[in-house]
Design a protein around this ligand. Structure first.
Ligand SMILES: O=C(CO)[C@@H](O)[C@@H](O)COP(=O)(O)O
Length: 233
């Protein structure tokens, strides 16, 4: 990739990541400046993430932060005068250790955080979970922001796991995807199923879905649902 192609790729990811932050607001997954979205720059050891503590109303491609895979802001890049998201180290750790991941999202969506506060995995009792997550949504370890511990917890929990979402204990959901949009979808869907299963359990006993059925539902959804051009195909 030459310099012009790299710049075009960076600009495309900046535009996508900036626009995807609006989806977190649209689906009610964040309040104030909580949460964040990042996207890997294809073909480069770079990713784009939101600036820390900046209102969602003010996010735009030009103030997204371009970082290397160590989480270091690329000097002189547009937006580099601002501090990157406080979760940049976690996102960077995921990109370094999960090469197939193209996007990472974190939210504080209420129902998912409530399951995280109990340190309780969300059981796979609805077909929407089997479709999207291929089974239960796991819990990751309690980890305090500030070093690689959150990223390490995400990677250790999701590596080899079908789920694209992990509930970091006492904190909230982190999701991954083949690209940033795929990770945002997982963030939307984890809150949706967290809410549904919460209400179902309040009303009575949950009925587990047999593993064979979960496998069939997951395979169908991943291979058949949607269009052949979908990013996860
Ligand atoms: O959960 C946390 C901090 O613990 C952050 O994800 C959230 O508050 C958003 O922070 P940023 O604005 O991305 O720095």
């Amino acid at each position: 990739m030459n310099a012009d192609e790299l710049q075009a790729s960076i600009d495309t990811v900046r535009t996508e990541v900036a626009a995807l932050h609006a989806e977190l607001v649209r689906y009610g997954l964040v309040v104030w400046t909580g949460g964040n979205v990042s996207g890997r720059v294809p073909g480069a050891d770079l990713f784009v993430i939101k600036p820390s503590g900046v209102s969602y109303d003010d996010l735009e491609p030009g103030n997204m932060i371009l970082c290397d895979l160590d989480g270091t802001v690329v000097p002189g890049s547009p937006g580099s005068e601002r501090a990157p998201s406080s979760d940049t180290a976690a996102h960077a750790y995921v990109y370094r250790h999960m090469p197939a991941v193209g996007g990472v999202v974190h939210t504080h969506s209420s129902y998912a955080v409530a399951w995280a506060a109990r340190g309780e995995p969300i059981p796979c009792v609805i077909t929407a979970m089997a479709d999207e997550f291929g089974g239960p949504i796991p819990v990751g370890p309690f980890a305090i922001i500030g070093d690689d511990s959150i990223g390490r917890g995400i990677v250790e929990t999701l590596t080899g796991h079908r789920s694209r979402a992990v509930l970091m204990q006492n904190h909230g959901p982190f999701t991954i995807g083949v690209n940033a949009k795929d990770a945002v979808k997982a963030a939307v869907m984890v809150e949706d199923v967290a809410r549904t299963v919460h209400h179902a359990r309040q009303a009575g006993e949950l009925i587990p879905i047999p593993q064979e059925a979960i496998d069939r539902l997951y395979d169908r959804y991943q291979q058949v649902y949607g269009q052949r051009t979908d990013a996860r195909r």
